[in-house]
Ligand binder design. Structure first.
Ligand code: COA
Length: 167
């Protein structure tokens, strides 16, 4: 059983500066971090899995102990197959707690070997979310500081296609 590898799962639609901040801090603590682009059945994504993976690979390329993968299915099945037992999640504010507690408990009930660790999101990122960023961009605003530049560019292409046509 691998003790120092953690899996950081999420929809990452898109991957934000808040997610990147968690990775930057976790990269100094754990030997290896697998960022896992997963499927949240309650969300309809703007970016395809391939696009999300490739953007995350690009923005995390300076971290030698970070890998990016995608999966479909149960997180605990992926974890078991990989021989990993630790899930890392960011916690922004107290309203995240209930949802995170529910997921961590469900994962534990499905596999008692699995542990979920939480890292508190730094305050400058605690007010942002992937859906808020998409709303700002689709209404013509700038998401600078909320998402890496390559992510913003891709979201503009997707959410404001008329701009691409005009160029
Ligand atoms: N900074 C800023 N924002 C953050 C953040 C941080 N550090 N951490 C999370 N967020 C935000 C995201 O932007 C996102 O915003 P949104 O709700 O507007 O999209 C939200 O918090 C959480 O999204 P994300 O981090 O992308 O993950 P998720 O909650 O969508 O991921 C899965 C859920 C994929 C991990 C979960 O559904 C899963 O495990 N699926 C697989 C199937 C399974 O096993 N199901 C049973 C689970 S018990």
């Amino acid at each position: 059983m691998n003790k120092t590898t953690v899996v950081y799962p999420g929809s990452f639609d898109p991957f934000t500066e808040g997610h990147l901040n968690i990775i930057a801090r976790a990269a100094g603590i754990f030997e290896k971090i697998i960022i896992l682009v997963g499927h949240n059945s309650s969300k309809k994504t703007t970016l395809s899995t391939k696009e999300r993976v490739s953007l995350i690979v690009e923005v995390t390329k300076d971290y030698t102990n970070v890998e990016v993968e995608s999966f479909n299915g149960l997180l605990v099945d992926y974890i078991r197959k990989k021989g990993v037992r630790t899930i890392l999640r960011g916690m922004r504010c107290h309203s995240d707690f209930e949802y995170e507690l529910q997921m961590a408990t469900a994962n534990k009930l499905m596999d008692k070997e699995v542990e979920t660790l939480f890292m508190v999101t730094e305050s400058q990122f605690s007010h942002i979310s992937s859906s808020l960023i998409k709303e700002i961009i689709s209404l013509g605003g700038s998401a600078k500081g909320f998402v890496p530049a390559v992510v913003e560019k891709k979201l503009i292409e997707k959410l404001r296609p008329e701009e691409k046509r005009r160029k």
